[in-house]
Write a protein that binds this ligand. Structure first.
Ligand SMILES: Nc1ncnc2c1ncn2[C@@H]1O[C@H](COP(=O)(O)OP(=O)(O)OP(=O)(O)O)[C@@H](O)[C@H]1O
Ligand SMILES: [Mg+2]
Length: 294
């Protein structure tokens, strides 16, 4: 897999002489990966991702987007064309007087011919499902629609990677689902995604989960291998997926089942298999409580 992003010994302090918020971080991200970043409040997630398109520059170490170092200010355009970024509050990201004008803002700034800008705007609006609202004033949109508008703005830049900081945090369940489905579709078409989230069910959708704590990367792996560490996640102040915690509790009570379960479907299979095994045995479903931490 070709490397999209390389973080090498990244240290960052907001002010000179203050203790660093990011401490000697190393990370490689390949093209087209779907990555979730989780970690407790204040651990440095936002600070880290702001380095990915040169909104922040390292105090020490280096961040590279493909072959471009983010510290090389002459390459800012190349970097921003490849890596788009959106934040939780979509209101702050609106720049146009209408939906289509807003989406056209980014590609317009690239100096592209107007026919190409139009093509990109049409395509981006169609992808996020806002074509019919193209002449609306952005402030009349719902929270979910504004987040989709922010995504359309990113897509119109035709980036290779989009980085989203808690994009669903203030959305209603239906809009949340829409955005998550869209992310999965975009990723299946080859777009790289980095999704910072507090929601473990959302993290479970990624191919790879990075866990941060106190400015360091403390775990990096498949969602199923990270999100099943129920006790450890809790010790960091994170809530594991509800379904994983349920399986863990059953296991603590002696049920012979795996806790490597992060989706409802997997839990259904695991419980069905347990029941089948119990059918022909005299064992009770839950024979005993194993540990006092239930
Ligand atoms: N502009 C700033 N100036 C000084 N310190 C900052 C600034 N922004 C963040 N910090 C501090 O840097 C640390 C990391 O903050 P950051 O926002 O990156 O964490 P986070 O993991 O994104 O948290 P959250 O989950 O709450 O969004 C925190 O201690 C925070 O107080
Ligand atoms: Mg943050």
């Amino acid at each position: 897999m070709k490397t999209m992003l390389r973080v090498h010994n990244l240290t960052y302090a907001y002010e000179k002489g203050h203790s660093p918020v990011l401490k000697n971080l190393n990370l490689l991200i390949g093209e087209g990966e779907y990555i979730a970043i989780i970690g407790p409040n204040g651990c440095g997630k936002t600070t880290l991702i702001r380095h990915f398109n040169a909104l922040l520059l390292p105090t020490a170490g280096e961040v590279q987007v493909e072959e471009f170092s983010t510290s090389d200010t002459k390459r800012l355009l190349e970097i921003r064309r490849r890596v788009g970024m959106a934040f939780q509050n979509a209101d702050n990201q609106i720049v146009g007087m209408s939906v289509e004008e807003d989406v056209a803002f980014g590609p317009g700034n690239l100096g592209l011919p107007s026919a190409e800008v139009r093509r990109r705007v049409d395509r981006a609006l169609a992808i996020v499902g806002l074509t019919e609202l193209r002449t609306r004033q952005p402030y009349t949109l719902s929270g979910g629609q504004k987040q989709l508008l922010a995504l359309a703005g990113l897509l119109a830049m035709e980036p290779k990677l989009i980085v989203l900081d808690e994009p669903t945090a203030s959305l209603d369940p239906e809009s949340k689902k829409k955005v998550l489905t869209l992310l999965q579709t975009l990723n299946s078409q080859g777009l790289g995604i980095i999704h910072v989230t507090h929601n473990m069910e959302e993290a479970a959708l990624a191919d790879r989960v990075l866990v941060m704590d106190k400015g360091e990367l403390v775990a990096d792996g498949r969602p199923v291998d990270i999100l099943n560490r129920v006790k450890w996640l809790k010790s960091l102040g994170l809530a594991p997926p509800t379904i994983t915690e349920l399986m863990w509790k059953l296991q603590q009570w002696g049920a012979d089942m795996s806790t490597s379960v992060i989706t409802i479907d997997a839990a259904f299979k695991e419980i069905t298999s347990l029941l089948e095994r119990l059918e022909n045995s005299s064992q009770a479903f839950i024979p005993r409580k194993v540990d006092g931490n239930v």
